[in-house]
Design a protein around this ligand. Structure first.
Ligand code: NOJ
Ligand code: MG
Length: 523
């Protein structure tokens, strides 16, 4: 097709490696398991796989606590397994994106082991150490994202260190030039092996206020919200100096052909788009999580799309995310019928979509009783845990859904009722819908690259046009559970319905949508 960067026209699929496929019977997914399941991704029709962290780690936060940025944890396999996976993926035309976790390491990382040894250690300044506040206690009022103070006192040297997450995840000091150079080497290590890019963890937290000032109280904090919500993150996030760091990361990656940087950033749209950087010197894709948080109403979503489109800098390419390993699954948020409509929305909007493993078969959150909780956040703040959205992929109706020959690390859904093999046999399953949407998108310049234009609609209907050259499509989505209508400018042909039963049908002047139905039409 047209000559544009793969990450613009492509679709990203997130794998949580612990939960995709186990190959050695330890109940935990691994790289060899992912490799054996590549056929599923090819049949689905995605272009790139993003793997959540695979690096050596004590797993206090399941790999988001990295003890060696240039290796593979034995739970997931070996560096040879990684190379094999990368080779096989590339052989099938799939790109591979790794998860770069620069804000913090594990406390077990040799850098931190050295840093905490002695105040005069050369690595001391690679982390953020401070004396107690004048009256005693932590240096400021910052709160950890997993609850409790963001500072831990270290007896050996009599100072506090900062940790935006667990105390086992000390924050690195990105104001230190040696640390920056070491991290550039980390990127090169993987780029030289052939990885196609990185998703960067909590990118907007990377640089903190130089003076570490207290964060202000959040006037909107509500009882029951996570502890972190008590304060506005004014001084602990989204600081101007972060853009220098990002420009450097980008320059490192730009020494290689055709690689992508995706930033994990939870900010309002006006701040989010700043991460494209001055003159697009930032990340290629600052993750856009609005569909996760939007009220699921046609007008609300329409407004968010319009605001986002309007906020994009010239040349900035949009992207959309419907789910990830930190959020409730889309099938749980919206219910089964609307999850199909949401899939059509995700895969027909302008911009690179990211799909979360399991969502393509309509997997919902699996309740995980508190005493079986794995997620450290759930242990700290019950009710906020992310385990339910991280349960193993059910591949078939056999024991443990074919995920493992051992005992799965998290409980699984009712695999007899929902699994990949059964969904693949059902021509109208949500899996079939995803395959059809991805195929349609791949074959359609209007969908993958074309312009977006909102279409005025009433009630629960969300409608827009996608256009490229001569090709013009109309997408009409009924976000409600009653029938609805949309006037068509001209007669149109249905290309695909979420119900998968009106393909090829000529639609006269008025399109009648059934409850929870979305349709892509050719004008
Ligand atoms: C964001 C990741 O997505 C989440 O899973 C993790 O716990 C935190 N960053 C800390 O790395
Ligand atoms: Mg395993």
């Amino acid at each position: 097709m047209l000559d544009v960067a793969w990450w613009r026209r492509g679709v990203v699929y997130q794998i949580y490696p612990r939960s995709f496929q186990d190959s050695d019977g330890d109940g935990i997914g691994d790289l060899e398991g992912v490799r054996r399941r590549l056929d599923h991704l090819v049949a689905l029709g995605v272009d790139a796989v993003w793997l959540s962290p695979i690096f050596p780690s004590p797993m206090a936060d399941f790999g988001y606590d990295v003890a060696d940025y240039c290796g593979v944890d034995a739970i997931f396999g070996s560096i040879d397994d990684f190379d094999r996976l990368l080779d096989d993926a590339h052989g099938r035309g799939l790109k591979v994106i790794l998860d770069f976790v620069p804000n913090h390491s594990s406390e077990a990382h040799p850098w931190f082991v050295e840093s905490r040894r002695d105040r005069s250690d050369p690595r001391r300044d690679w982390y953020i150490w401070r004396d107690a506040a004048p009256g005693g206690g932590p240096p400021n009022n910052w709160i950890s994202n997993f609850g409790g103070p963001a500072w831990t006192f270290d007896e050996t040297t009599g100072q506090y260190y900062l940790h935006s997450f667990l105390r086992e995840q000390p924050d690195l000091n990105w104001r230190n030039p040696e640390l920056r150079a070491a991290m550039a080497d980390v990127l090169r290590f993987w780029l030289d092996r052939g990885v196609d890019g990185f998703r960067i963890d909590v990118l907007w937290l990377l640089i903190k206020d130089e003076e570490l000032r207290d964060n202000p109280e959040n006037p909107d904090y509500a009882q029951g919200d996570p502890d972190i919500g008590r304060l506005l993150q004014t001084y602990s996030s989204d600081r101007e100096e972060v853009f220098d760091v990002i420009r450097e990361l980008r320059a490192t990656v730009d020494d290689y052909d055709d690689r992508v940087l995706i930033g994990e950033i939870y900010l309002p749209v006006d701040r989010l788009v700043a991460y494209y950087g001055p003159d697009l010197s930032g990340v290629h894709l600052p993750f856009n999580f609005q569909l996760i948080f939007a009220d699921w109403h046609a007008r609300a979503i329409e407004r968010r799309i319009a605001e986002y489109e309007a906020a994009l800098p010239p040349g900035g390419w949009p992207n959309w995310v419907l789910g990830n390993h930190d959020q409730k699954r889309v099938a749980t948020r919206l219910g089964g019928p609307q999850a199909r409509v949401a899939a059509m929305l995700l895969l027909t909007l302008r911009g690179t979509p990211t799909l979360y493993y399991g969502d393509e078969i309509g997997l919902a959150d699996v309740p995980v009783p508190h005493d079986l909780a794995q997620d450290p956040w759930e242990k700290n703040e019950p009710g906020h845990g992310r385990d339910p959205a991280r349960t193993p992929m059910p591949w078939d109706a056999t024991t443990n859904g074919g995920f493992t020959a051992g005992a799965p690390w998290l409980p699984m859904n009712d695999v007899g009722a929902l699994n990949v093999a059964a969904a693949a046999r059902d021509p109208r399953s949500i899996l079939a819908l995803h395959r059809a949407l991805l195929a349609l998108r791949r074959g359609s310049p209007a969908l993958s690259l074309g312009a977006y234009e909102g279409v005025k609609a009433q009630g629960d209907v969300l409608a827009y046009r996608r256009r490229h050259g001569e090709e013009e499509l109309l997408v009409a989505l009924n976000l409600g559970d009653e029938g609805a209508e949309l006037a068509l400018p001209i007669a149109a042909t249905a290309l695909l319905s979420t119900h998968m039963d009106r393909e090829g049908a000529e639609q006269p002047g008025v399109l009648k949508l059934r409850p929870n139905e979305g349709v892509v039409l050719r004008l």
